[in-house]
Design a protein around this ligand. Sequence first.
Ligand SMILES: [Zn+2]
Length: 348
Amino acid sequence: MQEKIQKLKSDMLVNLKAASSESAIKDVEVKYLGRQGLFNDIMKSLKDLSDDDKRIVGKLANETKKELEAAAEKRYSELEGEKLDAIADEEWIDVTVPGKKPAVGHRHLISKFIDDLEMIFAKMGFSVADGPEVELEHYNFNQLNIPDDHPARDMQDTFWLKDLKKHVLRTQTSPVQIRHMETHEPPIRIIAMGKTFRKDSDATHSPMFHQIEGLMVDENISMANLKAVMTQMLQQIFEDTSIKTRFRVSYFPFVEPGMEVDCTCPICHGDGKLDTGVPCRLCKQCGWLEIAGAGMVHPQVLENVGYDPKKYTGFAFGIGIDRMVMIKYRVNHLRLFFENDLRFINQF
Ligand SMILES: [Zn+2]
């Protein structure tokens, strides 16, 4: 009888070990320890034994049954552990692997340059004024003393709005001057920056381009102030304190006198050739670059906005921002700024 119990025990242990699911363990339990199970068959046959044997075998049978019940419990928890191990094997994560870096953009070269200009002018006491890109003829031309027959109004240069009479895409940032002066009294010290539009397209011109406009109006403002502001700005933006400026007489309807502002070439420092002796291509060896249009605000323009031209004087200037960026970063084609080619943009 004892041998039968031992055999049954080892059979059940083997079966438990082989059981690889909860239901398989359950089946083994039912088969051996269930009410109709093999173990109960043995218990039933105990009644045929002598009293002494009954005591000995009965004790062994009870102990064995408890052991087997415990073994089944143990198998359940083993199986739970195996399950977790399998999940861990399948779904493991190496937390030390470097993550995928998301592509992070940065400001466009021109936007950054505009910010830099704003900082430089802010230090000289200029604030930023703003105006619409779709502008009235009145502000874009009339108030700026640009006569009706001036070539700048020509259909060839200006984008006129088809369905909106007397409206243009502003050809310059100068109308912001007028709008600001109409609503403010001197002293005036502003810059206006942004997009401007003309029908023009080649290596250094684009139908959309950026301008910065400066205006300073007060009592006793002279060309000396203009020269100081232009020189300061150019030295700071090109990060070169050796830069000099020179003025050449020119004509713009809204200034008198009007002038072109040149600065010494920031690449060859005015020598016309590089340190290596190679001729400078940027300034075509002359050592100077045309950089801005400027002048003293025309008395008629001051009158147009209700200022007394006998009391107030002022200067104004306009600069192509894109060209300055091209000079500073040695970019040889304007179109590169607007193509959004990452190979270009990521260089800056
Ligand atoms: Zn040069």
